[in-house]
Design a protein around this ligand. Structure first.
Ligand SMILES: *Cc1c(COP(=O)(O)O)cnc(C)c1O
Length: 363
């Protein structure tokens, strides 16, 4: 008896989406972004399934170390860089690549006696998001410092991140791009990396030397109101569970914690084995929906830690053990569920907890 819930991960779809990236940005190399457990899809399995990535990017050192332990050989970029000499030394030993986003990290580099130099490093420039990155005014000096450091070999690229790439044709995107292009002007050879999924899909002028797709690799649209199918992306994750109980609830009876849902008439209620303890958002209480036998069933009442209640009124031939799709189905994309939960698909995917078994399939 397989355990439920299960997140089915379609590795063929993942590979297809990487090809889509390459098709859209044929002049660029691809840094596949697999932070946060590859957006919930499984860090190591995803990395192993897309060896056609020219590099991988993660947020933290711990994620990079897991990849190296699993034998991943490609360059691995630490998007948040490092914050101590110890971490810097570990990064050097494991041949990790660092994004320097703050002058304090550059100081760390100057002082550290590293056992081996770092390669394929990046300087993060703040072009308007005010999150990570050094001021454009300091770029020349920082690049010079990096090129003179014995702790670095090879050229250092310029990286920045769009704050509004999901808003197609928003003038702020062009402004951010202009800023990094000005920074690169004094050094024609410097590599540039700006584009996340939304920019890869909608702003070809920003592709530069390296693109950084995350969400689109997983077959999910970064644009509100535009489906993955429309963008020719294939959803990678299907989240499923099972009905573990079915009962008739009489008119006037309350369902779940707090009695937030009250039956207006007699209703057939199914209990599904998934809850916020699995990462199924509690914000789907009373507003979510699931698919059973290709039909939609509404979430009734509050999401519990391990279970949800759903309305089986419109579902035929259902029984205990019937499969329930939480998202990933043609007619119930994670983008739609995110909308119901008043959040973004990124959050729903990342939230899927360790308790949910990942099953990997091809085709
Ligand atoms: C997460 C991240 C990405 C990927 O963004 P998507 O919108 O998922 O494509 C790219 N660059 C940086 C710096 C990131 O933090």
């Amino acid at each position: 008896m397989p355990s439920y819930p299960v997140a089915n991960i379609d590795l063929t779809a993942l590979q297809y989406n990487l090809q889509r990236v390459k098709q859209l940005a044929p002049q660029s190399r691809v840094m596949s972004v697999i932070k946060a457990n590859a957006y919930g899809h499984g860090l190591v399995q995803v990395a192993q399934a897309i060896p056609g990535s020219d590099a991988f990017a993660v947020a933290r050192l711990s994620e990079a170390l897991r990849l190296r332990e699993a034998g991943i050989q490609q360059p691995i970029v630490l998007l948040e860089g490092v914050s101590s000499e110890d971490e810097l030394q570990t990064a050097a030993e494991k041949s990790l690549s660092i994004v320097f986003h703050h002058l304090s990290q550059l100081e760390l580099l100057t002082k550290a006696p590293l056992s081996q130099p770092l390669a394929f490093c990046w300087l993060m420039v703040d072009t308007g998001m005010q999150r990570l990155g050094i001021d454009a005014a300091h770029v020349d000096q920082a690049l010079q410092g990096l090129s003179q450091s014995e702790n670095i070999i090879g050229p250092v690229g310029l990286m920045s991140h769009f704050a509004n790439a999901d808003l197609v044709n928003d003038s702020r995107n062009q402004q951010q791009l202009n800023k990094i292009l000005i920074c690169a002007k004094n050094d024609n050879a410097v590599a540039i990396s700006m584009a996340n999924s939304a920019a890869i899909l909608s702003f070809s002028g920003s592709h530069g030397d390296w693109v950084r797709p995350g969400l689109m690799l997983y077959g999910v649209s970064p644009f509100e109101g535009q489906s993955a199918r429309n963008l020719d992306l294939k959803p990678v994750m299907t989240l499923t569970s099972r009905l573990i109980s079915i009962q008739q609830v009489k008119a006037g009876e309350q369902v779940g914690y707090g009695g937030d849902w009250v039956a207006q008439r007699e209703v057939c209620v199914g209990i599904v084995s998934i809850g916020y303890g699995d990462g199924y958002s509690r914000q789907l209480s009373n507003v979510g929906s699931v698919m059973i036998n290709n039909k939609t069933a509404s979430v009734l009442g509050r999401v519990s830690m391990d279970m949800i209640a759903v309305d089986l009124s419109d579902i035929n031939t259902v029984s205990i053990g019937s499969e329930v799709i939480l998202w990933g189905n043609e007619s119930l994309a994670v983008e739609d569920v995110a909308k119901q939960a008043k959040t973004i698909p990124y959050e729903l995917l990342c939230q899927i907890s360790e308790r949910v078994k990942r099953e990997y399939q091809r085709g």
